[in-house]
Design a protein around this ligand. Structure first.
Ligand code: GLA
Length: 320
């Protein structure tokens, strides 16, 4: 018997920077996905889910994860496919998936499922590092959903620690586990459902690549170089990424010195940048941020994650 748990994540600051090799600062949350069950001798993965009407039955080797039905099985198949592509041979498994992570809420329920599947499937098969597991699950997500996501969600979920934010340099994949100042607490609020495969996420990835073609790696680009980009749309996209990278590092420094007012200011600036420059917000998410900023203990609030819906992350004074 095995039982594995993988937590969801919120992103405190640093959105749409990971796939350009920038910096991100996500944090694992209490809500999680659990897989429990037992290994079996035939080469099938059979799972039931507390949240899905239909079970999955995937036979190994997996041929095309994107064709698996029901659809939730694609994430499972993607991970098994990538483990096999790494030359490893996962065993058959029969079990149950249960989750306290709401699906489609922007809290990385798919990445949590992938990491949990990987940890089960790799048991007694290979001892991969958290970073290797995250990379494998990121490519599984690409195969399963067709969304060209970055590594933030999978790496935070694989390597994150309780009550620590996970500062990730998405170029080197170096991680720093950052304590939260005692005077601060983070909460998150679900606002509206979203799905990245139905969103403009892929368009943003292409626009960021066009900006990189013009000014080189955005993590090294100056604001002046970005402001000289002729195309106004690409200029705004690049300005978000360059300023957001700066905000992540300033936020991490403010967190270290316990400067929670600056943390709040940076979160609001990050939201405005997503609202106007990267255009990953919408009226409903903007209204939620404005409402939360009106609460007396709130220092900062921003859309968290891929955008186009999902959750708002909120920084509050803890003494409240
Ligand atoms: C989604 C992706 C991540 C990241 C965020 C935006 O959560 O899976 O890789 O790009 O959006 O920061």
């Amino acid at each position: 018997m095995v039982a594995v748990r993988a937590h969801g994540r919120i992103n405190l600051i640093g959105d749409h920077t990971d796939y350009t090799g920038g910096w991100v600062l996500p944090m694992p949350i209490d809500a999680h996905t659990t897989i429990s069950g037992e290994f079996v001798d035939d080469r099938h993965w059979r799972l039931v889910s507390d949240d899905e009407p239909e079970p999955i039955d995937i036979s190994l080797p997996v041929v095309d994860p994107a064709k698996v039905v029901p659809r939730w099985g694609r994430y499972v198949a993607g991970v098994l496919h990538q483990i096999e592509a790494a030359g490893l041979a996962p065993r058959g498994f029969r079990g149950r998936v249960s989750s306290t992570l709401p699906i489609g809420s922007g809290l990385s329920s798919s990445a949590a499922l992938e990491i949990a599947v990987a940890r089960v499937a790799l048991t007694d098969v290979a001892d991969l590092s958290d970073t290797e597991i995250a990379r494998l699950c990121q490519s599984a997500e690409h195969l399963a959903s067709g969304v060209p996501c970055g590594i933030m969600d999978q790496l935070c979920i694989a390597a994150g620690r309780p009550n620590r934010a996970t500062l990730i340099d998405c170029a080197s994949l170096a991680i720093e586990h950052c304590p939260i100042p005692e005077s601060a607490s983070f909460t998150y609020e679900f606002v509206m459902p979203r799905t990245l495969s139905g969103s403009e996420y892929s368009a943003r990835v292409s626009e960021a690549a066009r900006a990189t073609d013009l000014v080189g790696p955005l993590r090294d680009a100056t604001l002046d170089a970005v402001l000289a980009i002729e195309d106004p749309l690409i200029r705004r996209r690049a300005r978000h990424i360059v300023t957001e990278n700066r905000r992540v590092r300033d936020f991490a420094a403010a967190m270290k010195s316990g400067d929670i007012e600056t943390m709040g200011t940076l979160m609001v600036a990050s939201h405005r940048s997503m609202q106007h420059d990267y255009e990953t917000s919408n009226d409903v998410m903007d209204a939620a941020v404005e409402r939360l900023l009106g609460e007396s203990d709130v220092l900062g609030a921003r859309l968290t994650g891929g955008g186009f819906g999902g959750c708002v992350v909120v920084l509050r004074r803890r003494d409240h």
